[in-house]
Ligand binder design. Structure first.
Ligand code: NAP
Length: 466
């Protein structure tokens, strides 16, 4: 019988254990707070083969060699502390998997450290939240093939399934799994921001009620925009507070949290020198939302001259749909470019098409668009920049008038649309042979003797500008 040890019975750990149990895998579990383990075995385990242990020694001894232990605990120091406690109990050839949202650099350090001790280590990206963990998440393991083969069948069995197979593959070497999961979340931030901007325009310019906007999203979910995030947005918008006629969305304070992976994606893009403005601006928009008191104060001091809306409702909604596709597409283009940059820099050897495949089910960014992106990548024959494909360019150019209208409309009505603006500016910049970076180079050379290159001669130049 296949078996796995799981440490950490929080939201994710508990649901993954039940999912493993459903697939006939024997699971040994351990949790720092013992009562939670006892409660879990008593209340939630129903017919699955799950054994609970309140001592780490007994937990490890219950596993056959090579032991395979999945950590589903808080990322950071807790993981180092747990590895420290496990090490004296493990033997060469055993495997630890970290399924938390760990920073990929921490994972890289742990892979190296444990390699020296003969212990395999997999940084396992897990997406899909509680529901995904229970019924089939998207799994993004990274590490050596040898380590992956120890758990491949187990991971494939619990992953979400789509018409393209189970949503799990070895995404690459070293910390590739956590890197890819991080960028998944960065793309998620951008998609959510784009959706929120569409909602804002429908609410404030078209004056639609939440339930009317919900119908628009439901309708969009039937077509090219079909995705998990569009689907849940439709559900959220029609949800009324229990026992009242008030829409829940109107009762929620407009301060958006951000726990780190979006920020890490933006930081990584900067570190790698890869442009990902729509991903990073989505983090900025959340950070800005936190300044509620300041916004309240300032909003009363800003006079707006609203123009007359020149378009009909249906036309605005049509443009919003096409624009959102433009935003989604560019978010994926940027995210994949960041992964490609990291793969080159850190030697991950990521297959982008496989990443798109395993994002098709179980995860938060699953979307119909992924099939089209895979088709483009397959046609590109080794070239990874999706924008270089004729199909991709046509797709975006077919939507350019729509997003120009939407961004114009947003400005006319004083509505911030960070994701739409950056997606369009990213596209314009990539389509432009001559950017004003020549002037910036001149300024840098003027005040800092940073030197510049010339278009007409080889070499590096500096001028005494005065
Ligand atoms: P959670 O419900 O807050 O549970 C946290 C778990 O970590 C608990 O079992 C807790 O044990 C354990 N823990 C905390 N500090 C520990 C330590 N020092 N030593 C050992 N165990 C410790 O968290 P979760 O939502 O299940 O998430 C677990 C991991 O998965 C996190 O890294 C999270 O970022 C990641 N993740 C979460 C989601 C999601 O949607 N929630 C999705 C993907 C990935 P006690 O019960 O004893 O406190």
């Amino acid at each position: 019988m296949k078996e796995l040890g799981v440490i950490g019975l929080g939201v994710m750990g508990r649901n993954l254990v039940l999912n493993l149990g459903d697939k006939g895998i024997r699971v040994s579990v351990y949790n720092k707070t013992k009562e939670k383990m006892y409660d879990f075995i008593k209340d939630e385990v129903k017919g699955q083969s799950v054994l609970g242990f309140d001592s780490l020694e007994e937990f490890v001894s219950s596993l056959e060699r090579p032991r395979k232990i999945l950590l589903m605990i808080k990322a950071g120091e807790a993981v180092d502390s747990m590895i420290g406690q496990l090490l004296p109990l493990l033997e060469k050839g055993d495997l630890i998997l970290d399924g938390g949202n760990t920073h990929f650099k921490d994972t890289a350090g742990r892979v190296d450290f444990l390699k020296g001790k003969g212990i395999h280590y997999i940084g396992l990206g897990v997406s899909g939240g509680e529901e995904g963990a229970r019924n089939g998440p998207s799994l993004m393991p990274g590490g050596s093939k040898e380590a992956y083969f120890l758990v491949e069948d187990i991971l494939l069995s619990i992953a979400a399934k789509t018409d393209s197979g189970p949503c799990c593959t070895l995404v690459g070497e070293g910390a590739a799994g956590h890197f890819v999961k991080m960028v998944h979340n960065g793309i998620e931030y951008a998609m959510m921001e784009g959706i929120a901007e569409s909602y804002d325009i429908m609410r404030k310019i078209l004056k639609l009620s939440p339930v009317e906007i919900s119908e628009v999203f439901e309708n969009w979910n039937e077509g090219e925009l079909n995705s998990y995030l569009i689907e849940i947005t439709g559900k959220i918008l029609k949800y009324k507070e229990k026992g009242t006629e008030r829409f829940m969305v109107d009762l929620i304070l407009d301060k958006a949290g951000q726990k780190g992976t979006g920020k890490w994606t933006a930081e990584s893009a900067f570190d790698l020198g890869i442009p990902a403005p729509t991903l990073s601006t989505a983090v900025e928009a959340r950070v800005l939302s936190f300044f509620k008191e300041e916004r309240q104060f300032l909003s009363k001091r800003f006079n707006r001259n609203y123009p007359k809306l020149e378009y009909g409702k249906d036309e605005v909604i049509r443009n919003l749909r096409e624009s959102l596709l433009f935003v989604f597409f560019n978010a994926f283009v940027q995210g994949l470019w960041v992964i490609q940059g990291a793969s080159k820099e850190y030697g991950y050897q990521v297959q982008l098409s496989e990443v798109l495949r395993i994002w098709k089910g179980g995860c938060i960014i699953r979307a119909q668009l992924l099939d089209f992106l895979r088709e483009i990548l397959q046609e590109l024959d080794g070239e990874k920049l999706i924008l270089k494909s004729d199909k991709a360019l046509k797709y975006l150019m077919d939507r350019i008038e729509a997003i120009k209208e939407v961004t114009r409309l947003a400005k006319d009505f004083y509505i911030p649309v960070f994701a739409h603006n950056t997606a369009l500016d990213f596209f314009f910049s990539m389509m432009e042979e001559n950017l004003p970076a020549n002037l910036i180079q001149a300024q840098r050379d003027f005040f800092g003797a940073h030197t510049f290159q010339r278009v007409d001669r080889e070499g590096t130049f500096h001028i005494n500008w005065e």
